[in-house]
Design a protein around this ligand. Structure first.
Ligand SMILES: [Cu+2]
Length: 329
């Protein structure tokens, strides 16, 4: 099954930086490309030149013994010069590399927004720390960040090694089981950036999409305020009330949290604001009633190997359950 087509175009390119970190990396890439391109062109020209000089030779042409007559000094000098130039260029690239590395680690992180990101087979769990504008909350597979503000993401590997790589914003960093690491970045241009898992983590590795929505601070604040609020779980009618009961009383509640209900499971994504996400199951399906039904009826048919089991439910129960889920805005 291909990934769900995104509503907004996703950007996925290290050559179109949307943040200061990615810009440093793109600049290093351009410098490397220019230097290596020039060297490659120079070598090709040298080879062509040599070939042209010997164009007229046939097996009958007498050997050119001029090197034995003229001293080798000129040749030697040329070799030394070109070798020194190579060393000079390589050292230059190393210096540029070290400077880039230092620039990358120097993002000022005063007033940073802190996010904990855990990679699981095969989805991303995000926990936003309490911030001046909002309380802590959890979400999955879709990060929202304010443009212009430094973000510190603490990375955890939940089960195996995964890798965080949103090329428009920064380089790659692994999520390692038992080891926490951090990556600091800042988005300077609003957009929706694609960051699928970049380290093979078994069967559904290719269906482990992460998207980062960088938006103006006021829009981010509105999103975060909505996320940190408990979803209004008071069901609007008897139908929805039954759906909520199905959720609370079946296996769903063992694995999922919906704040404001008795469901406090932690093995799967927090569903408190499920409908605020564009896709479900890490980008595999669009997030609508039909696809939620399809997912819940048989997750393994959509994403073979997923740790979410098919929970046996009667057709009416499934229908009311999905009707209630779609109210979790
Ligand atoms: Cu992976």
């Amino acid at each position: 099954m291909p990934l769900a087509r995104p509503a907004a175009p996703l950007e996925h390119s290290a050559l179109a930086p949307a943040g200061i970190q990615a810009e440093h990396i793109a600049r290093l890439w351009q410098l490397t490309l220019i230097v290596c391109g020039c060297v490659f062109a120079a070598v090709l020209i040298g080879v062509l030149f040599a070939l042209m000089r010997r164009r007229g030779a046939t097996p009958a042409t007498p050997p050119d013994l001029s090197v034995n007559v003229t001293p080798e000094r000129r040749t030697r000098r040329a070799v030394v010069c070109v070798s020194m130039l190579s060393v000079f260029l390589l050292v230059g690239l190393i210096v540029a590399d070290v400077l880039t590395d230092r620039a990358l680690s120097k993002l000022p992180d005063a007033d940073a927004l802190h996010i904990d990101l855990t990679g699981w087979q095969w989805w991303w769990q995000a926990r936003y720390a309490t911030d001046h504008a909002h309380a802590a909350f959890a979400t999955a597979n879709e990060l929202h960040i304010p443009v212009g503000r430094p973000i510190v993401i603490t990375l955890h590997g939940g089960d195996v090694i995964h890798s965080f790589w949103v090329p428009n914003l920064h380089g790659k960093k692994d999520l390692l089981p038992g080891i926490t690491s951090t990556i600091e970045l800042r988005a300077d241009r609003a957009g929706t950036y694609d960051g699928p898992c970049a380290e093979f983590c078994r069967a559904e590795h290719a269906r482990m999409a992460l998207r980062v929505v960088a938006e103006p601070p006021d829009r981010y604040a509105a999103w975060a305020t909505a996320q940190s609020a408990s979803a209004a779980p008071v069901p609007a009618d008897a139908h929805a009330a039954r759906g909520m009961r199905v959720f609370e009383q079946s296996a769903c509640a063992n694995c999922h949290t919906v704040r404001g209900t008795s469901a406090v499971g932690r093995l799967g994504p927090d569903l408190t604001h499920l409908m605020s996400r564009q896709t479900i199951a890490a980008g595999v399906l669009p997030n609508d009633a039909a696809d939620l039904t399809r997912w819940i009826r048989d997750p393994g048919a959509v994403k073979p190997g997923t740790t979410m089991p098919a929970v046996p439910l009667s057709a009416p129960d499934l229908q009311t359950l999905v009707a209630w889920l779609t109210t979790l805005k």
